[in-house]
Design a protein around this ligand. Structure first.
Ligand code: NAI
Length: 568
């Protein structure tokens, strides 16, 4: 394995800017003039100095003004403000990435919280729907199921040789939009941009990849502009064989790489994660990232209520993939706090479309059985709450307004500080709004949602609802993975990352009911999470790198800074 510490001996400026920039210039020393401007890794636009313009034969190809990155940033912001909507801003930003990678990341990192809704959810969903129409240039790799037998060879075509993360999707279930086939490429592209925007993971280390296995979306198959292969999705066996070859090829071509699975069809995601999570360095953000953020929110809630997670009773309203994933991570967190695994699960209950999951039910899966206890059957949520007496109620049901006044009042009668997370999205699917939770609990609820809700003033007090957004956790955890190359990405790494996240909320913020720190501080948040993840990876013997004396220094030395390198 190539050790990262050898990198640290290099000039830090060069390392932080981009290895690939240096390499591109070195490998292609014949690059001159227009070619330099047309390469997004070498182009500085109006930031080329007078000497560089002469040396690289750029005179006449640029306007006379010589600007710094900050001025270029201002110009981009002006352009963006003239765009009529976020999809147009997204298209503009992708165009910028095609022209000038450094400036693109300078813009993105100037205010990640502002750019996430443009470059990721919700705009990326719209972009994926129109991906064939707006497709301009590839920013990642497409490998199709027809390429079986040649995957290593194809991966070697990628110009960067030290890839640390591949974000891979089959386009099987893009956000809430279903099967988008090869158009799902927008997701790996966007997700990896968030690694850099939120945690400063160097973009040269990241490879977005679409495993094109066909699509069952007839509209796409009939679209003459569709960019993917025109066939239906394969059988489970065929898919799994293809994925196995892919995993083997990645391990061979990029031995230090962590595979990040994203937006696969639910059943494929669960099955493949179960197969690989204890064998290779990989994770699925839809499952583990989501659950990790929910647990981080609960730990944040414990800081407010003064309780301990291992003493809580949890009712999951919704027992689908999100519910099962969150329940599993809560059980892991309780186990790490000292409970045995069975004892932890005994404190977690589930409720689905057919009512409370209890022993007499015959319609429940193996995963759900773990959280099925001896209870009186009921289809009434408030009644189940009175029977179980949960301290925590988590909504992942997709059913808007399911947490009625009676439900919130019942939670409030049983608990001084009822913890109510209404995580279903979009907004009209939230099980209750922030206002409802605060009003019906007389301001006692500790509330978080899956979508943003505005601050609320009530009885002279300010309440700031939390948003359990995955970007709080996966970029920081990934930065910790980058620094340590762990053999596996265990639940403990997510939970400890979540504890670091919750620990960043100040007393003043807790007084407003905040369970997560402000999104505007995301780079600092991700850095702190990475430090904790790295510490645990070293402590638990997961890391494949030697432990440095100073972990924060290691993390900092690896982070990307959007600035132009000197050209000599
Ligand atoms: P799913 O379809 O797998 O599961 C839905 C569950 O809700 C099922 O167990 C179903 O029986 C239950 N349900 C449906 N109608 C119900 C009713 N009337 N009463 C009680 N239970 C009912 O969906 P999945 O993937 O688990 O997602 C659920 C929700 O969670 C979605 O709205 C999704 O957007 C949200 N979510 C939020 C996240 C976040 O905030 N970070 C992350 C992941 C999911």
């Amino acid at each position: 394995m190539k050790t990262i510490y050898s990198n640290q001996k290099k000039d830090l400026d060069v390392l932080k800017v981009s290895d690939s920039y240096e390499r591109t210039l070195k490998d292609q020393n014949s690059l001159r003039g227009i070619e330099i401007l047309e390469n997004p890794l070498t182009n500085k636009g109006t930031a080329f100095s007078a000497e560089e313009r002469i040396k690289y034969k750029l005179k006449g190809l640029l306007p006379p003004i010589i600007e710094g990155l900050d001025q270029q940033l201002k110009r981009v912001m002006n352009h963006l403000s003239l765009k009529p909507n976020n999809l147009e801003r997204y298209i503009y930003m992708i165009g910028l990435l095609d022209r000038n990678e450094t400036l693109f990341y300078k813009v993105l990192m100037s205010d990640p919280a502002r750019f996430i809704p443009i470059m990721y959810d919700p705009t990326v969903g719209e972009a994926c729907l129109k991906f064939s129409d707006i497709y301009r240039r590839n920013g990642g790799m497409y490998i199709t199921i027809k390429d079986r037998g040649k995957l290593k060879e194809i991966l070697r075509n990628w110009p960067e040789k030290d890839i640390r993360f591949i974000c891979v999707s089959t386009g099987g279930r893009i956000l809430g939009l279903g099967d988008l086939g090869a158009n799902g490429m927008g997701i790996p592209l966007g997700k990896l941009q968030l690694y850099t925007a939120c945690a400063a993971v160097p973009p040269a280390k990241l490879l977005p990849l679409l495993l094109d296995c066909g699509t069952d979306n007839q509209k796409l198959l009939d679209d003459p502009l569709y960019i993917g292969i025109r066939q239906n999705r394969p059988s489970i066996d065929e898919l799994d064989t293809f994925v196995q070859e892919f995993v083997d090829a990645v391990q061979d071509v990029f031995p230090s790489c962590c595979i990040h699975f994203e937006d696969w069809r639910g059943i494929d995601a669960i099955r493949l994660l179960a197969r690989y999570k204890d064998r290779i360095c990989c994770y699925n953000d839809d499952i583990q990232g989501t659950a990790g953020v929910a647990v981080a929110g609960l730990i944040g809630a414990m800081h407010i209520s003064g309780g301990e997670l291992k003493n809580q009773r949890v009712l999951m309203f919704g027992a689908g993939s999100a519910g099962i994933g969150i329940a599993g991570m809560i059980a892991s967190a309780m186990h790490l706090d000292g409970l045995d695994e069975v004892g932890a699960r005994r404190q977690i209950f589930m409720f689905d479309i057919n009512g409370l999951l209890e022993k007499s039910r015959t319609d429940i899966s193996e995963e759900q059985k773990l959280y099925t206890h001896i209870n009186t059957p009921t289809k009434n949520l408030a009644e189940a709450i009175r029977a179980i007496k949960p301290t925590i109620l988590i909504g992942v049901s997709t059913v808007g307004k399911a947490f009625t006044k009676e439900v919130v009042e019942t939670m409030s009668q049983l608990n001084q500080r009822p913890i109510i997370f209404a995580l279903s999205n979009p907004t009209d699917h939230a099980e209750c709004s922030a206002l409802e939770a605060y009003q019906w609990s007389n301001g006692r609820a500790i509330y978080a949602a899956g979508v943003p809700f505005d601050e609320i003033r009530m009885d002279g007090k300010t309440f700031t609802p939390g948003q359990a957004n995955n970007f709080y956790l996966f970029p920081g955890v990934s930065l910790g993975i980058y620094a340590t190359c762990p053999k596996l990405v265990t639940d403990e790494l997510w939970i400890e990352g979540g504890k670091a996240l919750a620990g960043l909320v100040t007393e003043e913020q807790r007084a407003k009911g905040m369970v997560f720190p402000p999104q505007s501080d995301i780079l600092n948040i991700s850095t702190k999470i990475a430090e904790r993840v790295a510490e645990v990876a070293f402590e638990k013997g997961l890391a494949q790198e030697a432990r440095p004396e100073d972990i924060p220094n290691l993390i900092h030395s690896l982070q990307y800074e959007a600035k132009y390198p000197r050209i000599n």
